[in-house]
Design a protein around this ligand. Sequence first.
Ligand SMILES: [Fe+2]
Length: 382
Amino acid sequence: MSSLAGQAYVIVGGFNRLNAQGWNRRLVKLSEKIHVLTGLTLPIAFLIMEWYSLSHSGKPYTELTFADLQPVSQIYMIAMTAIALIYTPLWLSIRPQFVVAKDRYHVSAEQKWKTDTFESSPYTNSTTKLLSKVPRNEIAWTDANHKTILIDRLPESLNGLKIAHLSDIHLTGQLSHEFYHRAFDWITAQQPDLVVVSGDIVDYNENLEDIEPVFQRLTAPLGCYFILGNHDKRLTDPMQICKRLEGIGWRDAGATHHIIRFNSIPIEIIGNEKPWFDRYRSDMPTVEPETWRMGIAHSPDQFSWGVKNDCSLLLCGHTHGGQIRFPVLGPLVSPSMHGSKYASGVFYRSGTLMHVSRGMAGVHPLRWRCPPEVSILHLSSI
Ligand SMILES: [Fe+2]
């Protein structure tokens, strides 16, 4: 049993880390398939080998001991058991109940929409329609929430600043415009001061034309900001996304920093699209000493970058909350070098508060106990 747990750690842990790499997508997907297939077929191969050996030894199955196994099976079992013994306490220690900064935020209001609130079906292709039949598949639900977050080094005049944070829009043609409009209209009605989208905007070239009708519904007095994510890299020319969004007034935080003012306090917004894009200019700009800085990164693996660059707030997405969250255990699959540690939620380290959104969609239309999310973040000094 413990060796099977070790094998599961190797398969899922490797899968998460392979998908956190900035490699070419084909290489990631190829290595992911090789890794998972090898992980699944190895134990089956050992079982077949032991069954064959047993059937020729004449020894009853019930009397089989570890010493009777082939040396290669023994080595495999010892290795996997050792991995299970070493990794289990580490893995348990990064469950959401232990790592989320509960003392740094509270949900002040929450609204949950289910599929039956749409005028017409939100599913626009056959795969999504089919998978929507899976009981409690939450792909077209939405959790629209207000979160008050406690920020270090927040100037008094920024108290109460409202930031709409949404992520992983994934325009794929799987979900209707109405699905996005419902959430975006809700955001506009909350009157946020600024809007941030932390990457993964469009997946396919043919969905570029969906950008304007979906995104132009969002406006905010201090502007709407975006960066790109790993899925945006699948397009023939990802810069088309930037051109189209800038064409409707959005600001590209993945290419350069932006300085805005709220109650006379300068706010600097910096972006990070690593490891998939490196568009941001390398020199950090000189700003006024009292400038308050926030970062936008697609992957929560950039938490250290946010800390290093004195971001009081860092907004991320990418991990989709794990998409499937198991009771007690939480998420397992999460494309991050930290595994499922930062799948979603609020995290704090050395003066930087990181909010990881569960995002709105994805290419795999299956969510369980992990509905899409849009958030209005209310900044409050600690
Ligand atoms: Fe995504």
